[in-house]
Write a protein that binds this ligand. Structure first.
Ligand code: ADP
Ligand code: MG
Length: 597
């Protein structure tokens, strides 16, 4: 329970200046419920006056007044309830948007690598989920809980105001009902309930998996085996459900239902017992009206109790929402240097860099050192898993090194202000994506203040003219909208246009592994020439034809620099690179032969 309260408090802490509005909303909701009870009270007063006046009904003069009071409170109650919901909704929307904003602010401070390994869609789902749960909770559930609780308390007070003896007899039902509910939910029974709920969740999961697996089942003609897990989950659920209902709920729930549904159980005998005295005292008429009150309203008290119990399960939303918020808020922050230094020039230097991914035992990079002078092109080559992508991603600080330094313009990247570093580097990685916005906006994302001409020029230099031409709305076509399909090579070219527009002095490139067709390949090479002209370039090349002209080639294998040098020197050295070169040439020749057939 304490846990629940603290999570609610934490959720409310996101409301900021709107927090008082939540409280106002809750207060108004309570007031509306209280006002809503007045008409019932008026009905009872009317009955009382009529009974008292009988048989001369014309002497019951206050009835019309009760009618107006009832009308006034009923209308007022509705208006106040509207106002209450207005407040809670305003506060809930603000809280939800604050959760989104704070989450986003936090994510802006995390490392780029965190996104690579977590999937931005997943993170967005987490934030969206948390925000919408918070909305439901703050806008509706809390107001309902507070309103019902008010009604409950008001009923209790009324019960004792009219006739404490009948009130007590109704309270007996309430006490019995509450203790039965507590009995079902406490101690060892709570564990059984948890087992039951877990079994229910597992059944749902197994069901989903089964349905997801249907294509596989059909293809491989598996029927019995794939079904088994699902059936076991159902059987398990049925056992747990039986155990919980039969072992735990049978007795208390029967008693609970008996006393709540039959609210008269204690009331009727009591009234029969008290009636003779009332007749003797001559106030039988008011006795009957009191009885009418209890007979009608004692049922409300149990219903409202059940409602509170039901609604309070809504506060569970608070902890689910918090869990989601925490996954986002606990994302590691990339530390920012307090006194950033200005990089001088555009050289890049790796000095004794060692880096291990979280959760891996083997370092992805081990004691890697190399230099790319300002304006040089350095190619990273080597077998898959050698550490090329990792090395490239340390330059824009996707991750921080464990040991050693990565320097840009002679300054450790950790000591460069993030904005400055980002302005200095264009990177096109294999994991780079286009946004689901128009091509114009996609390219302009690199430099929002760029003019239309500049964007068109970048697209032209990236050899995108044919793409724009064939699309229905040209440069305004929204990527991913119906009917627009871009091949991998075409997407790559638009990404290159974005990098060209950015015009940063350092370019870090992870070349796509396979361009589908030679035509695309030629276009991409033309685009790359435009992008890298006069820049410091770190490029990961998968086809050695692109690295022949590099100023320096670094061969990475198992996270270490195996060899380095120019194409010529490495080819003659007869090592790993020479082997790769020979292999590449054989493959190329084989391709040419095949094509000339
Ligand atoms: P390359 O680009 O040369 O193929 P990578 O830099 O992608 O090599 O990978 C180097 C090593 O780091 C590999 O062993 C790979 O499994 C590991 N690795 C790469 N990315 C991640 C990641 N996000 N999380 C954990 N390990 C990773
Ligand atoms: Mg790679």
């Amino acid at each position: 329970m304490a846990q629940k309260h603290s999570s609610l408090a934490r959720i409310l802490s996101f409301a900021g200046t709107y927090r008082p509005l939540t409280y106002t909303g809750l207060f108004l909701s309570a007031a509306a419920q209280a006002a809503g009870m007045v008409p019932y009270l008026c009905i009872w007063l009317v009955v009382r006056d009529l009974v008292a006046a009988a048989p001369d009904f014309s002497s019951a003069s206050g009835i019309a007044r009760y009618g107006w009071i009832a009308f006034g409170f009923a209308t007022g109650g509705i208006l106040v309830y509207f106002a209450a919901l207005m407040c809670t909704h305003l506060a809930a929307f603000r809280t939800a948007s604050n959760i989104r904003k704070r989450g986003m602010e936090h994510l802006l401070k995390t490392s780029l690598g965190f996104f690579d390994s977590n999937g931005s869609g997943l993170l967005r789902n987490k934030l969206d989920g948390a925000a919408s749960e918070t909305e439901t909770l703050l806008a509706h559930n809390l107001a309902d809980i507070v309103g019902t609780a008010t009604m409950f308390v008001a009923m209790l007070v009324l019960m004792f105001v009219f006739d404490w003896r009948m009130g007590t007899s109704c309270m007996v039902s309430v006490v019995v009902s509450v203790s039965m509910l507590c009995m079902m939910m406490s101690g060892k029974n709570a564990e059984l309930m948890l087992l039951y709920q877990t079994a229910q969740d597992e059944m749902a999961k197994a069901g989903t998996e089964y349905v997801r697996g249907i294509p596989v089942v059909k293809v491989f003609q598996q029927t019995v085996y794939s079904f088994r897990a699902f059936k076991e989950a159902i059987d398990n659920y049925s056992r747990k459900a039986e155990k919980y209902t039969d072992g735990v709920c049978k007795f208390p729930q029967s008693v609970n239902l008996t006393v709540t549904e039959g609210a008269f159980i204690f009331l009727v005998p009591l009234v029969l017992f008290l009636a003779p005295a009332a007749i003797l005292q001559g106030n039988f008429a008011s006795f009957v009206t009191d009885f009418a009150f209890y007979a009608v309203f004692s049922a409300i008290i149990s219903t409202s109790l059940a409602k509170i119990m039901f609604a309070s399960s809504g506060t569970l939303l608070a902890s689910t929402a918090l869990k989601r918020i925490d996954t986002v808020m606990n994302a590691p922050i990339l530390p920012q240097c307090k006194n950033p230094k200005e990089p001088i020039g555009n050289g890049i230097e790796f000095s004794h860099v060692t880096f291990t991914y979280d959760g891996n035992d083997r370092p992805a990079l081990c004691d890697v050192s190399f230099v790319a002078e300002s304006g040089e092109t350095v190619a990273l080559v080597g077998p898959s898993g050698g550490g090329k992508t990792t090395a490239a991603s340390l330059i824009p600080r996707f991750w921080d090194t464990d040991e050693g330094e990565v320097k840009v313009g002679g300054v450790n990247v950790r000591e460069i202000a993030q904005k400055v570093l980002m302005e200095k580097i264009s990177f096109v990685f294999q994991s780079s994506r286009l946004f689901k916005i128009s091509i114009l906006e996609n390219v302009r994302a690199a430099r929002p203040e760029a003019t239309m001409e500049e964007v068109m020029k970048a697209l032209h230099e990236a050899q995108c003219d044919d793409i724009i031409e064939k699309l229905p709305d040209g440069i305004d076509t929204v990527i991913g909208s119906e009917g627009t399909y871009l091949s991998g090579g075409e997407q790559q070219r638009i990404l290159l246009a974005r990098a060209i527009l950015k015009d940063a002095p350092i370019v870090v490139l992870d070349e796509a592994t396979a361009f589908a067709d030679p035509e695309n390949e030629a276009l991409i090479h033309a685009a790359l020439r435009q992008l890298t002209h006069g820049k410091t370039v770190i490029m990961i090349a998968h086809r050695l034809s692109t690295v022949v002209n590099a100023d320096k080639i670094i061969v990475l294998k198992d996270g270490r620099v195996a060899e380095s040098g120019t194409h010529e020197s490495l080819k003659d050295a007869g090592g790993l690179y020479a082997g790769m070169w020979a292999e590449y040439n054989t493959a190329a020749q084989w391709k040419i032969q095949k094509e000339s057939l």
